[in-house]
Design a protein. Structure first.
Length: 283
C-alpha cells in the first residue's frame, strides 16, 4: 500500500493511494497530524488496516511532498562510479561520501511544476531514491541500518548549476531554490532488503532516457550512508536521506541540456513508481 500527502479544495490530508483516487485517513488519526507523526509512532501498518475495504473518496487532488515537515533532508552527492568520472579531475572515488542539506521548501509534489528562477536558466535534474527514517538512532551499525528505514520515495533533486559554484566550499545555494526539485509521489513502506539492494533507477526527460543505473552500483550503499550519517547526527523519524543520482544529468552533456519550460522529467524505479514534474518559469 502507498501513502501520500495531498490537498483538495477544502483541506490538506494524508491517505492511501488507489488507482481511482485517495482514501483519506488523516481524519481517522487526528493525534497524528502528518505522515511524519505516523512514522514516529510506527503507524503505517495501522493506516493500512484502516484503508482496507474502503473506496477512494478524493479524486481531484494535488500532491504535496510526502513528509511535509522533516527535521532534516540530507543528500548524498557523487555516489555512482560514472558520476565520479564525470568530474574529469583524475581523482579516484573518495573514501567518504559528500553530503549537503536541502530545505523542504525546495521541493514540490508529484505532477506539480518545478521552477526555473529568473536569476539562472541552468536548472538541471537528478533522479534519486529517497529513504525515510522510521526509528531514532545514533551511531547505527551497517548491519542494523535497514531496521531504521520506514519508507521509500523518489526525488528529482533539481539543481541550479552555476549557483553551486559561487564560492569555494558550497553547494547550498544551488540546491535550495524554492520548488526547484520534486519529491514523491508517495511513501512505500519498507519491509525487506530487496526493495533497495539492487533496484533500477531511471530518469527520462521528454521521454528520452537520460539516467539509468542500479542501486547495487552505488559507491556508498544505503546501509553505509545511514551508518556514516548517524555517526555525527542523530537520525529521527521523518528524516530523509536522498541517496545519490546516476550519471547523465544535463550539465554533463556537450553542450549541456538544461531544463526549459515545458520539459517533463520522470524519475522511476522498481517497486516505488514514477515521480513526474513539468518545468515552468518562476513568476
Amino acid at each position: 500500500m502507498k501513502f501520500a500527502t495531498y490537498t483538495t479544495a477544502r483541506a490538506t490530508y494524508y491517505g492511501a493511494v488507489r488507482d481511482d483516487g485517495m482514501i483519506p485517513l488523516s481524519p481517522n488519526f487526528p493525534h497524528w497530524p502528518s505522515l511524519r507523526d505516523v512514522i514516529a509512532a510506527n503507524g503505517l501498518h495501522e493506516l493500512a488496516q484502516a484503508a482496507q475495504g474502503r473506496n477512494a473518496t478524493h479524486t481531484d487532488v494535488t500532491y504535496k511532498i510526502p513528509i511535509p515537515d522533516p527535521e532534516k533532508i540530507i543528500c548524498v552527492g557523487v555516489n555512482f562510479p560514472d558520476r565520479n568520472a564525470e568530474y574529469k579531475d583524475g581523482q579516484d572515488a573518495p573514501p567518504n561520501m559528500s553530503l549537503f542539506l536541502r530545505f523542504a521548501r525546495s521541493f514540490t509534489g508529484h505532477d506539480q511544476p518545478i521552477l526555473r528562477p529568473p536569476e539562472s536558466h541552468k536548472l538541471d535534474y537528478e533522479g534519486e531514491i529517497a529513504i525515510v527514517i522510521g526509528k531514532c538512532g545514533r551511531r547505527i551499525s551497517e548491519r542494523d541500518a535497514y531496521d531504521h528505514i520506514a519508507a521509500l520515495t523518489l526525488c528529482n533533486e533539481g539543481t541550479i548549476r552555476d549557483w553551486v559554484r559561487h564560492a569555494k566550499f558550497n553547494v547550498t545555494q544551488g540546491k535550495n531554490w524554492d520548488a526547484s526539485g520534486a519529491m514523491g509521489p508517495w511513501l512505500v513502506p519498507f519491509t525487506h532488503a530487496a526493495q533497495l539492494d539492487d533496484i533500477r533507477l531511471t530518469t527520462h526527460v521528454n521521454g528520452e532516457l537520460r539516467q539509468d543505473d542500479r542501486t547495487s552500483h552505488m559507491l556508498f550503499p544505503i546501509r553505509r550512508q545511514i551508518a556514516y550519517i548517524s555517526t555525527f547526527t542523530t537520525l529521527v523519524p521523518g528524516d530523509i536521506i536522498v541517496t545519490g543520482t546516476p550519471t547523465g544529468a544535463g550539465a554533463r552533456f556537450d553542450p549541456p541540456k538544461f531544463l526549459v519550460p515545458g520539459d517533463v522529467v520522470e524519475v522511476s524505479t522498481e517497486g516505488i513508481g514514477t515521480l513526474r514534474s513539468e518545468v515552468a518559469d518562476e513568476t
